[in-house]
Write a protein of this length. Structure first.
Length: 385
């Protein structure tokens, strides 16, 4: 913890002028007064939403820059730690598909992070939220969002040193610029991976529905947890379904449970989002479903890495075409699904007041023999030939 905090020392902050990410050229320290004025006193009208970290407000600086200000909700050591991690990680990344830092503010009792405002908000808002009715996400845009998000993750996993595992890949963390270019956001959950370490056990954080089984059960973190979450995200982009859906009878169903039978029977057209009204490229669809199926396999070692995912999505890697489709996805048991908040909300944004980190928030790393029983996890193994 100390190292994260010390990484965010004043010296480093002052060096930040040449850093930043997501295409922004620089970042700086903002004063609380400045951010207060920019967001109209953090008024409800300016509120873009609320997540585990706190509330996010739209604002405009005196020099006309539109910003999104994330205001830490509570000052405690855990929240401070996350703030430090966020700033530390953001300072390291620079990629067109990652939302970099515009600045931050450290007051006596406030912590705020400033980003560029993304005018098309999040992927979540287009798939399931306020823009869902407008169908601005045509097939081309969906492919661009899938490939761009994958490229952002590829950078985190393979290009930045030390490698970064995001750990909270989900639709609300994929923001869309004016051109619908995706920018993966929120590295507060990220964990910096020291060289030579293949995985780390840690407190489980994330959102049910996107969580890889080995992460949910064992707290085992590796790049392939992000690959699993990306697979769920990809299925969501292609099908328009939520990761966990509440059926009329109150039963909850995961996107993989829903998709599996259709993938087995190769009914790809039945999988695609009906909002596209049949306007999609069938080959690309098959290909992308195949990639998603590979990513959401239960066994982490079988999942492709993000380099392979990007190459398969771009059509460079023939493995994407010739490998048999298969999912060995995990099924959440009923007890766990009843704890899930996200599928109950129309916009899928969850209830941060109830749970800071989703249903696994309070769970420490478990070193036990039978995690399946204890945490209500079942594995449903389906082979595709
Ligand atoms: N730079 C931005 N531009 C536009 N909207 C943003 C920006 N940053 C965040 N938002 C939106 O504000 C809302 C709250 O974001 P926040 O990251 O706090 O929560 P979340 O993504 O729902 O959950 P989590 O805390 O797990 O990331 C989300 O709908 C998000 O898409
Ligand atoms: Mg977020």
């Amino acid at each position: 913890m100390g190292s994260f905090l010390s990484c965010c020392s004043k010296k480093k902050v002052e060096d930040g002028a040449n850093m930043g990410g997501g295409g922004s050229s620089s970042w700086r320290i903002f004063t609380y007064k400045e951010l207060h004025a920019a967001t109209n006193g953090f008024s409800e009208d300016n509120k873009l939403g609320e997540g585990g970290f706190g509330s996010v407000y739209w604002g405009k600086t005196t020099d006309g820059l539109q910003i999104a200000v994330k205001k830490l909700k509570a000052m405690n050591s855990k929240a401070e730690m996350e703030f430090a991690v966020e700033v530390e990680v953001l300072g390291r990344v620079r990629h067109k598909n990652l939302l970099g830092l515009r600045g931050y503010c450290v007051g006596t009792d406030q912590r705020l992070i400033v980003y560029d405002y993304m005018p098309n908000l999040s992927l979540l808002s287009h798939l399931h939220g306020q823009f869902a009715g407008e169908v601005q996400l045509d097939w081309k845009r969906r492919m661009k969002i899938a490939i761009g998000s994958a490229e952002g993750l590829l950078y985190l996993h393979h290009e930045v040193t030390p490698h970064i595992i995001h750990r909270d890949i989900k639709a609300s963390n994929v923001l869309l610029d004016s051109d619908f270019e995706p920018l993966v956001a929120d590295f507060g959950f990220a964990k910096l991976i020291p060289e030579g370490v293949s995985h780390m056990t840690t407190r489980v954080k994330g959102t049910l529905g996107y969580l890889a089984p080995e992460y949910a059960m064992w707290g085992k973190v590796s790049e392939s947890c992000d690959v699993y979450s990306f697979g769920i995200l990809l299925l969501e982009i292609l099908t328009g379904k939520k990761p966990i859906e509440k059926l009329p009878a109150g039963v909850k169903r995961t996107i993989t449970e829903w998709a599996e039978p259709m993938i087995i029977q190769r009914r790809f057209k039945d999988l695609v989002d009906p909002k596209l009204r049949g306007n999609f490229d069938e080959n690309q669809l098959k290909h992308a479903i195949n990639v998603a199926a590979l990513c959401v396999q239960n066994e982490p070692d079988r999942r492709p890495n993000m380099k392979e995912v990007v190459n398969m999505l771009k059509g460079y890697d023939p493995r994407g075409k010739i490998m048999p489709l298969r999912i060995e996805s995990a099924k959440y048991k009923e007890e766990l699904l009843t704890l899930d908040q996200t599928s109950d909300d129309d916009d899928g944004s969850g209830s941060p007041e109830d749970s800071e980190y989703g249903v696994f928030g309070a769970m420490e790393v478990q070193k036990i023999q039978d995690p399946y029983k204890r945490f209500g996890y079942n594995t449903a193994v389906t082979k595709y030939v």
